[in-house]
Design a protein around this ligand. Structure first.
Ligand SMILES: O=C(O)c1ccccc1NCC(=O)[C@H](O)[C@H](O)COP(=O)(O)O
Length: 260
């Protein structure tokens, strides 16, 4: 069994437990549920923002603990001050040490689009995402069949959420392009063996129709890489570990953004 398989097995258990603990109506009654979401598209195209989707990431299966001391509110505010276009917060606890409380803490610190970075398999998690403060949700083609991608994407949009579809190869891209998706992210990390290569982004960018926001994800650690990816056609750049592994993620993104 790969780590990804283990994550999904665990996620199914967690979703069933969450559903047993809380009804959809309880989530819909939460104060954040009724708000309008910030638009990823508007923020990506905003002239004063830099296209970075900056991630709060305490730990990962590939790297173990990355940063267990920086507070989510401080990091999110620092990302915003450095010109990031959006902030991503991992909410998986078992493998990434994140939580829905992190998402809400980031929401309170931000006036930017907020991505719930999660392994979404069920509509319940989309209602949760809205109720705890997200504007954008992630659908990972490697863990969903194309029909489920379309159903979940349409449901997310019906809640006013924006949808980032993540693909890793041409087959995943071609099987999943659909109208309920706002952005397509190419993950440079292979989620089965954790190898990372920018070639995935560079090979797929021209196959992504221009009506989607194009995001390159993972393994980005150099401003020169952003320049290369921009030239290739990407508008968004998802970066986590490079900022979080430093003692001061807010300072790290500031220096990185200055060099763009
Ligand atoms: O990061 C991992 O080890 C990982 C393993 C299995 C599934 C997902 C994983 N990461 C989630 C992400 O998508 C990244 O956190 C995100 O793209 C940022 O990547 P990076 O800049 O390399 O931290």
């Amino acid at each position: 069994m790969t780590i990804l398989d283990k994550i999904i097995v665990k996620k199914k258990e967690e979703v069933e437990q969450a559903k047993a603990a809380l009804a959809i109506a309880d989530l819909e009654a939460m104060p954040l549920f009724e708000r309008s979401c910030y638009s990823l598209r508007d923020s990506i195209h905003h002239p004063e923002r830099n296209g970075i989707v900056a991630e709060y990431k305490r730990a990962s299966p590939s790297k173990g603990i990355i940063n267990d001391h920086s507070s989510v509110a401080e990091v999110a505010a620092g990302y915003q001050a450095a010109g990031a276009s959006a902030v991503s917060v991992l909410t998986d606890t078992e493998f990434f040490r994140g939580s829905l409380a992190d998402l809400t803490a980031a929401r309170a610190a931000l006036q930017l689009p907020l991505l719930r970075k999660e392994f979404i398999i069920d509509e319940f998690q989309l209602v949760e995402a809205k109720a705890y403060g997200a504007d954008i949700i992630l659908l990972i083609a490697a863990v969903l069949d194309p029909k489920r991608v379309q159903v979940l994407a349409a449901f997310a949009q019906s809640l006013g959420l924006h949808v980032l579809l993540e693909v890793h190869n041409r087959e995943e891209l071609e099987r999943n392009i659909g109208d309920s998706v706002d952005a397509i992210g190419v993950n440079n990390r292979n989620l089965k063996d954790f190898s990372v290569s920018l070639d995935h982004s560079l090979e797929l960018v021209d196959l992504i129709p221009d009506r989607f926001i194009k995001v390159s994800e993972s393994g980005i650690s150099d401003p020169a890489t952003i320049r290369q990816l921009r030239k290739a056609g990407f508008q968004g750049f998802l970066i986590g570990e490079n900022f979080m592994k430093t003692g001061n993620p807010a300072q790290a993104i500031k220096e990185f953004a200055t060099a763009l």
